[in-house]
Design a protein around this ligand. Sequence first.
Ligand SMILES: NC(=O)c1ccc[n+]([C@@H]2O[C@H](COP(=O)([O-])OP(=O)(O)OC[C@H]3O[C@@H](n4cnc5c(N)ncnc54)[C@H](O)[C@@H]3O)[C@@H](O)[C@H]2O)c1
Length: 239
Amino acid sequence: MITGGARGIGFAAAERMPRSGAGVVLWDIDEKRLTEAAERLAPLGTVSTSVVELTDEESVAKAAAAAIAAHGKVDILVNNAGITGGNGKLWELDPATWRRVLDVNLVGPYLTCRALVPGMIERGYGRIVNIASIAGKDGNPNASHYSASKAGLIGMTKSLAKELAQAGILVNCVTPAAAKTEIFDQMKQEHIDFMLSKIPMNRFLGVEEAAAMIGWLASEDCAFSTGAVFDLSGGRAVY
Ligand SMILES: NC(=O)c1ccc[n+]([C@@H]2O[C@H](COP(=O)([O-])OP(=O)(O)OC[C@H]3O[C@@H](n4cnc5c(N)ncnc54)[C@H](O)[C@@H]3O)[C@@H](O)[C@H]2O)c1
């Protein structure tokens, strides 16, 4: 189950899953892109989709029931959907935008975990991969809402991992630096330039590189890591 799987990093992760025998469920708010994504994935394996507003607990609960009806169970949850909320100094950002970023990037993953973790506990197995950001570790200027939401997601990952450490359910997060996806449309060019300037490898992350790490974290091969933060920053992270 991949949120925001209609495009970008989420879609790249979805393309990889059938290679390991996983059926794929995509949740996204963008119905048109969701349909296109499902058409591209259909030749690879089982795929189903739901149009979901991730900040709405009823929408999430309904989609969770549909996913279980279609696939019998959900063993893997990738909390990938996210928005930037644009760029500006903290005091220039309006409260509605600030709250919306927290809602989508942090409350959304809380709601999906709330809906799907009980089933994982019953079966004694699960893998949860949260897509945070280097911004959550470093704090990017002109992105206080985004940085705070991703720092929150890192904290949630660590708490939930400890709650589930003996339940067979591993919870980890990844912290990408910049990947050139459509999320760039939500940012100022000077902010994109700033992010690239901070990456020692001097290039953007490829979505397939993110998908490779997500795929491993979602697999049984990831067996003794939980509550961990996995770097995808081309050398930017120093801790
Ligand atoms: N691309 C980057 O530079 C980068 C860097 C670090 C972290 N990330 C994180 O990676 C994740 C994926 O980013 P991406 O670059 O693929 O972005 P993207 O904008 O290409 O894709 C995000 C997807 O999430 C969906 N979505 C947004 N709000 C939603 C909502 N309320 N309910 C349901 N779906 C919703 C969108 O429709 C879209 O399909 C995000 O969490 C992002 O913050 C991206």
